[in-house]
Design a protein around this ligand. Structure first.
Ligand code: ADP
Length: 261
C-alpha cells in the first residue's frame, strides 16, 4: 500500500510539472506573438509617414524645380511628416524604456504631491490658455509619496494632452487629487467628444485609436495611454477610463501608498 501511495504521489507530481511546463510554454509563445505584433504595428506606423515623404520628394523631383508652389507645399508637408516621425520614434523609445525598467522603492525620493501638481497645472494652463483648467487638490500641504517626478509629469501630460486633443466646444478640464490611507488618486475629466462604450476596453492598447484620422490630425499615435499605463505599472498603480460618448471622459489613476509614503 505504501508503495502504491508513493507511485501515485510521483504521478501527481509529474502531472503537475507537465501542466506547469505547458503553461510556461503558452506564456512564452503568447509574449513572442505579442512582440511580433508590436514590431509589425510599429513598422506599419513608421511606413505611413515615410511613404508620404517619398511621394513628396518624387513630386519635387519631377515638377518642383520649375514650380515654386509645388516645391513649397511638398516641403511643408514633408516637414510635417518628419516631425510626426520624430514624435513617433521618441514615443516608441519611451515605451520601450518603460517596459524594460523596474523601480526600486528604496532608491526613490519622496515627492511633494501638492507642489508638483500645482506646477503641472500652471504650466499646462500657460500653454493652453483657451482652456479652463479647474483643479481641486485635496491633499495636505506636506503629503508626499515616492514617485519619480518625471514619471508623474509624463503621465499627467499624456492625460491633459488627450483632454485638449479630443475636446469639442466646451474647453473645460477638471482635475481632482485626493488620497485615502491606501492610495493617491488623480482624476482628469474633460467634456469633449468622449469614447464609445464598446471601444473603452481597447484604448489602452498600443496604437489603438478610436478615430485614426482625427487622432493623426492632432499628432496622435495611439501610444499615449499605453505609455501612461506602463509607467503606472512600475508603481503597481492603476489607470481606468470612464466615458459617455459625446459628453465627457474621465481618466482615473491611482498609486498605492503601502511602503511608498
Ligand atoms: P493618441 O496619441 O492617439 O491620443 P492615446 O493612447 O493617448 O493615443 O489614446 C488612444 C485613443 O483613445 C485616442 O486615439 C482617442 O481615440 C481615445 N482617447 C484618449 N483620451 C481621450 C479623451 N480624453 N477623450 C476622447 N477620446 C480619448
Amino acid at each position: 500500500l505504501k508503495e502504491r501511495v508513493m507511485i501515485n504521489k510521483q504521478r501527481d507530481e509529474m502531472t503537475e510539472l507537465g501542466v506547469m511546463f505547458n503553461e510556461l510554454m503558452d506564456n512564452l509563445e503568447k509574449s513572442f506573438q505579442q512582440q511580433q505584433q508590436f514590431v509589425e504595428d510599429a513598422s506599419h506606423e513608421l511606413k505611413t509617414p515615410l511613404t508620404i515623404i517619398h511621394g513628396h520628394l518624387s513630386l519635387i523631383n519631377r515638377w518642383g524645380k520649375d514650380n515654386p508652389e509645388v516645391l513649397e507645399r511638398s516641403i511643408d508637408l514633408s516637414l510635417n511628416e518628419t516631425n510626426r516621425l520624430i514624435h513617433l520614434v521618441s514615443e516608441l523609445l519611451t515605451l520601450s524604456r518603460a517596459e524594460e525598467s523596474t523601480i526600486s522603492q528604496s532608491s526613490l525620493e519622496k515627492l511633494n504631491i501638492r507642489m508638483v501638481m500645482e506646477d503641472i497645472v500652471e504650466n499646462f494652463q500657460t500653454i493652453n490658455h483657451n482652456f479652463t483648467i479647474s483643479s481641486t487638490i485635496d491633499v495636505e500641504a506636506d503629503f508626499a509619496i515616492k514617485i519619480l517626478k518625471s514619471h508623474l509629469e509624463q503621465i499627467m501630460i499624456i492625460l491633459l494632452d488627450n483632454a485638449t486633443k479630443y475636446s469639442t466646444e466646451q474647453k473645460l478640464i477638471q482635475i481632482h487629487v485626493s488620497h485615502t490611507n491606501r492610495q493617491l488618486k488623480i482624476e482628469v475629466k474633460d467634456y469633449g467628444e468622449g469614447i464609445p462604450e464598446e471601444e473603452l476596453p481597447f484604448v489602452m492598447n498600443r496604437f489603438y485609436r478610436v478615430d485614426k484620422a482625427r487622432s493623426r490630425k492632432h499628432g496622435g499615435n495611439g501610444l499615449g495611454l499605453a505609455i501612461a499605463k506602463r509607467l503606472l505599472d512600475l508603481y503597481q498603480g492603476t489607470l481606468e477610463i470612464d466615458s459617455v460618448y459625446g459628453k465627457w471622459t474621465k481618466v482615473q489613476i491611482t498609486f498605492p501608498l503601502n511602503g511608498s509614503s
